[in-house]
Design a protein around this ligand. Structure first.
Ligand SMILES: [Zn+2]
Length: 292
């Protein structure tokens, strides 16, 4: 397994890319965008019925990524998966799909698999968390690291506050976490102020330990801070602003993680623009560090 932490500064940046044109096209697009890392769905994120991808396709993809120095490869779960659901049929479909995707992700050379903590669907956060932990413990035998992502807290979804992840870390010590800036902002962490940012880091440090964060989803947000609404925006066009990305890049630990954008796009030019913005912020950070 690739060590997700073994990348040196500057920050590795990449985008969530569409797979509609096939995995070989994903590599072409990643190169065109000058991505250093990338995230994909392996299948349609809104369909239960999918066909396993042939090993030869996944192995060719892995080789092409390696040839272009594109790493890490991160896979994002489909939206249907809910490990906190009180409905047995949904949980069993979720576990089946996860088993398939983790196997495929491993063959494709993925380092990490991003998972949303799920929704308790009215049974209450504590019951949902218990189910999530129990189901996470059923997943085994993969070298791909599971990363639970913090959420905006929309609807009945779990994972709004970092403090809620403490029990997961205790019961599932192999699980890591992904920090999404748009979700944290919508959840109520004020990322426009340095004190707000620092207090979120202090909460992560206290409840998990920063070393449990393995990936940053660098997104702007069109939602109001604390609204609980999951509305991604371009880095410079939302309500968060660019400073938080500088603070993240400056952080001794978080600054070494891969940063992946999941910003809205109708065409690749929007990804290109957001990646350029992110790189500019990071270069400024680097220059600042050298001068300081
Ligand atoms: Zn995300």
């Amino acid at each position: 397994m690739l060590d997700i932490m073994s990348y040196n500064c500057p920050v590795r940046t990449g985008a969530h890319l569409w797979i509609g044109q096939g995995l070989s096209e994903v590599v072409v697009v990643a190169c065109r965008l000058k991505c250093q890392c990338l995230q994909i769905f392996l299948h349609s994120p809104r369909q239960w019925r999918v066909k396993k991808r042939p090993d030869c396709e996944l192995v060719s993809f892995r080789k092409a990524l390696k040839l272009q120095g594109l790493e890490p490869l991160v896979v994002h779960m489909p939206y249907l998966i809910n490990l906190a659901s009180p409905e047995g049929s949904v949980v069993s479909l979720s576990l089946k799909r996860l088993a398939l995707e983790l196997e495929e992700a491993e063959t494709a050379g993925a380092t990490a698999y991003v998972l949303h903590p799920g929704s308790h669907l009215g049974c209450g956060p504590q019951a949902g968390l218990k189910r999530l932990i129990g189901n996470l413990q059923k997943i085994s035998g993969s070298n791909v690291k599971l990363l639970l992502e913090n959420t905006a807290g929309q609807g009945q979804s779990l994972g709004r506050f970092w403090s809620g992840f403490r029990e997961i870390r205790q019961h599932c010590p192999q699980t890591g976490f992904c920090l999404d800036t748009a979700h944290a902002w919508a959840a109520g962490y004020n990322l426009t102020s340095s004190t707000g940012f620092q207090s979120m880091l202090a909460e992560i440090e206290k409840t998990l330990g920063l070393e449990y964060i393995f990936l940053v989803h660098a997104n702007g947000s069109a939602a109001v801070c604390g609204s609980g609404l999951d509305r991604h925006a371009s880095l410079d066009r939302g309500k968060i602003g660019l400073e938080v990305f500088q603070w993240l890049a400056q952080d001794k630990y978080l600054g070494k993680l891969p940063f992946i954008i999941e910003t809205p796009k109708n065409s690749l030019s929007e990804d290109r623009r957001n990646l350029k913005l992110l790189l500019r912020v990071e270069r400024q950070t680097e220059a600042g560090a050298k001068n300081g």
